[in-house]
Design a protein around this ligand. Structure first.
Ligand code: NAD
Ligand code: ZN
Length: 345
């Protein structure tokens, strides 16, 4: 089969690899029908994620058809359409029992990281019964690719951890696919004001179409002063960080109002300055985490019911064979006006 293989920092190849086989009775082999690229894949290619070995097939998002099941798999059979979660979970360890699937003793984020991933013609999914979701008949499979990672991430680590409530003023720093997913899912909770902050004017324009009430362009204006101006000097109830650099975490610390929440979603490679000397007296909560994808069943229902339309996030479509072109576009998102790219087999 063909697969996108990491060959060390800055190097990748679309090359021939052996088709995966069942290794454990709980494994499911999935034939990929649609997959995508994540910002995290770009981090890996830069060499930022040293736990990824040379030779690893990348990718942790996608949908497909069950090709083969291990002898212990009960929920799926050959031919079933399935959504792949970016988080693998055994369903029975202590952390899985409390829905902390990100910290499964025999899973977590392993796909396209510690084991071969979804940017290939076939992928092996361990603990298939718990790590795959059946796709309902008639569902838009492109939309569901957004449920492998980004929608649950925006919802769980941004909106729910930040405790967004009806009427709240919220700000989302970073209008990439993850920040946009927080923007779409925050609207389940009817916040009063949603301020989107980024430096890319095209992404900010898109955010207004997706339900943001205001935008702030970093570089063009002082983001902290702009948010204060929009909130009568108060700041926001919830500040969601969806970039992963010290400067954007700092904006969040400065725009959160008394009693508010900072929900950090971004993956940070460097320490940040925590201004506890300013925050302690304001009764601020700070949260952070790796997505558990425990909201995937709920998100499936909201997509099916038309309450959220994740296909809005798809800017480009390619065939799986054109994956190197897709990387070129996604890796130059500002120039190419790219958000999420879909590759279809
Ligand atoms: P992205 O790179 O596509 O988007 C980041 C956005 O931030 C871009 O639009 C960029 O213009 C903007 N930006 C960069 N620097 C900025 C600055 N100084 N001020 C304002 N805006 C700035 O990334 P993405 O795919 O949307 O992911 C966002 C973050 O979420 C990444 O750090 C990613 O690794 C992380 N992530 C976390 C989890 C989790 O479980 N916590 C899961 C998936 C992704
Ligand atoms: Zn587990």
């Amino acid at each position: 089969m063909k697969a996108l293989v990491y060959q060390g920092p800055g190097k990748k190849a679309w090359t021939d690899r052996e088709k995966p086989a069942i290794q454990k009775p709980t494994d499911v082999i999935v034939k990929i029908t649609k997959t995508t690229i994540c910002g995290t894949d770009l981090h890996i290619l830069k060499g930022d994620v040293p736990t990824v070995d040379v030779g690893r097939i990348l990718g942790h998002e996608g949908v497909g058809r069950v090709e083969e099941v291990g002898s212990a798999v009960r929920n799926f059979k050959k031919g079933d359409p399935v959504l792949i979660s970016c988080i693998t979970s055994c369903g029975s360890c202590a952390n899985c029992k409390r829905q902390l699937y990100a910290h499964c003793d025999d899973g977590g984020w392993i796909l396209g990281h510690r084991i071969d991933g979804t940017q290939a013609e076939y992928v092996r999914i361990p603990h298939g019964d718990n790590s795959l979701y059946p796709i309902p008949a008639g569902a838009d499979e492109e939309a569901l690719v957004m449920l492998s990672d980004i929608l649950p991430t925006g919802l769980e680590i941004g909106v729910q951890a930040g405790k967004v409530k009806p009427g709240d003023a919220i700000a989302i720093v970073g209008a990439g696919p993850v920040g946009m997913s927080a923007l779409l899912t925050a609207q389940f909770y009817s916040p009063g004001r949603i301020i989107m902050i980024d430096m890319d004017p095209a992404r900010l324009a898109l955010a207004l179409q997706f339900g943001a009430t205001n935008t702030v362009q970093v570089g063009d204006e002082d983001a902290v002063a702009a948010v204060r101006g929009l909130t009568g000097g108060q700041g926001v109830d919830v500040a969601i960080e969806a970039v992963g650099v010290p400067a954007t975490f700092d904006i969040c610390q400065k725009i959160v109002s008394a009693g508010g929440n900072i929900a950090n979603v971004g993956v940070h490679g460097k320490p940040v300055d925590l201004h506890i000397e300013d925050l302690w007296i304001k009764n601020i909560n700070i949260s952070m985490g790796l997505v558990c994808t425990s909201t995937t069943p709920m998100l499936l229902k909201t997509v099916q019911a038309g309450k959220v339309d994740p296909t809005k996030l798809i800017s480009h479509r390619f065939s799986l064979n054109e994956i190197l072109d897709a990387y070129e576009v996604f890796g130059n998102a500002a120039r190419e006006k790219a958000m999420k790219v879909i590759m279809a087999a």
